[in-house]
Design a protein around this ligand. Structure first.
Ligand code: UD1
Length: 384
């Protein structure tokens, strides 16, 4: 404890971390919060479109430290973060290191911290796809094993953690910080008309009788194998004949499409290819979409919170509540299943769904409460 405040070093690295950290930084930095928070960005994502616009739009303070590690293989990226994080941690010496989600930055910083005897808080703990081919699954399992406090978004997560031998006393169901950001920004979302203003034919999407669909795709399992990628793009082209599609393309996906020479498959005036978008632009498009086709983890949750039908292009999900209670349907990458799910949504309007428990815009406040309780227990354990 410094100046009687609990000092927390918050870590971000990649795009999906930014919307999770934003509401926590805001609550932690409020006067009288009892918490003093610093922010460290590993630099895993570095393009303006993948980073800067999120900091601006979500009011995230400039990081106190930016490691600037950039992209490379998993091993090099993870090792580089660890190497550069250690001396920073020595300088800052926080009471706790807080990591979010499941990206390489999450496990890298958690591992360094725990080995230095600094307890780790994992926000969004306990999610499991039970698919160890996903790099994120490895990151989740390992981060949870070495975390002192495990803060969960849904009750399935608690059961997963207990099965893995985690002491239930360390697990706290706080809700979903990403949905805090969603609800706080819904009114500020950029209208689709503005997002599409640069297109030659925005009316094709904005005034289509069918409405438009929104596509996002970046998982290695979908984009790294050219055959799988081609099959998915052909399926999008087919669907676009029924419903025009807007597709902001992740840098990884853009690279794979170019490398496999597949650009021609998307050459249609019914598919709008956009660069990666800012948070408020994507939210605007998502909020007005008829349906979403995605392999993102976060978008499965956001569509559930917004009540928009979501077709998930993966064989499994670590977020089962979005299927059990929300608007999500898991279909994988098989064109037949994707098209069947699309048809079903077009004819029935899709699952109605409801917003899961504690996805109420107040999760960051509960996170702060749990951390402060931990802080006072730690302080009284230390006092003679
Ligand atoms: C990472 C996360 C994934 C998350 C995704 C969201 C891991 C293991 N994966 O995947 O869980 O859903 O972020 O985007 O941490 N690139 C750029 N500019 C950038 C960042 C990346 O051009 O700012 C390109 C590079 O070519 C890079 C590729 O995208 O090689 C992949 O980036 P990387 O951070 O390794 O993984 P993602 O696929 O983005």
């Amino acid at each position: 404890m410094k100046n009687n405040k609990l000092s927390i070093l918050c870590i971000v690295g990649a795009r999906p971390n930014f919307m999770k950290i934003a509401p926590m930084m805001r609550i932690f930095n409020q006067p009288g919060s009892g918490i003093s928070a610093k922010l460290l960005h590993t630099g895993q994502h570095y393009d303006a479109a993948m980073k800067a616009s999120f900091f601006d739009q979500l009011g995230i303070p400039e990081p106190d430290v930016d490691l600037g590690v950039g992209s490379s293989s998993h091993a090099v990226q993870t090792a580089e973060i660890m190497k550069q994080f250690e001396p920073q941690l020595d300088l800052i010496q926080p009471d706790l290191v807080l990591v979010v989600g499941d990206v390489n930055s999450t496990i890298a910083c958690a591992l360094v911290a725990v080995k230095k005897g600094i307890p780790v808080v994992h926000v969004e703990a306990g999610l499991r796809s039970y698919d160890r081919d996903m790099p994120e699954e490895i990151n989740r399992v390992l981060t949870d094993q070495i975390s002192e406090l495990l803060l969960t978004t849904e009750k399935n997560a608690q059961a997963n953690l207990v099965r893995e031998g985690i002491d239930p006393k360390r697990i706290h169901f706080v809700g979903n910080v990403m949905i805090d950001t969603l609800f706080a920004n819904r009114e500020r979302a950029v209208p689709p008309k503005e997002v599409l203003a640069g297109l030659t034919n925005p009316a094709q999407f904005l005034e289509a009788e069918s409405g438009y669909g929104l596509v996002t795709l970046h998982r290695p399992s979908n984009v790294d194998n050219p055959e799988v990628l081609a099959r998915l793009l052909e399926t999008f082209a087919e669907i676009s004949q029924r419903m025009p599609l807007i597709f902001p393309v992740h840098p990884r996906t853009r690279g794979r499409i170019n490398a496999a020479d597949l650009t021609g498959l998307l050459d249609s005036d019914r598919i709008a290819l956009l660069p990666p978008l800012g948070y408020l632009e994507l939210l605007g498009l998502m909020n007005s979409a008829q349906l979403v086709l995605t392999d993102s983890g976060g978008i499965q949750e956001e569509t559930t919170a917004l009540g928009i039908p979501c077709i998930t292009l993966r064989e499994n999900t670590e977020r089962p509540i979005t299927v059990e209670q929300g608007t999500n349907t898991i279909v994988g990458s098989d064109p037949k299943r994707i098209k069947a799910s699309f048809e079903q949504i077009v004819t029935t309007g899709g699952k109605r769904g409801r917003v899961p428990e504690l996805w109420d815009g107040k999760a960051a406040e509960r996170v702060a409460d749990v951390l402060l309780q931990w802080g006072s227990r730690a302080a009284s354990a230390k006092s003679p």
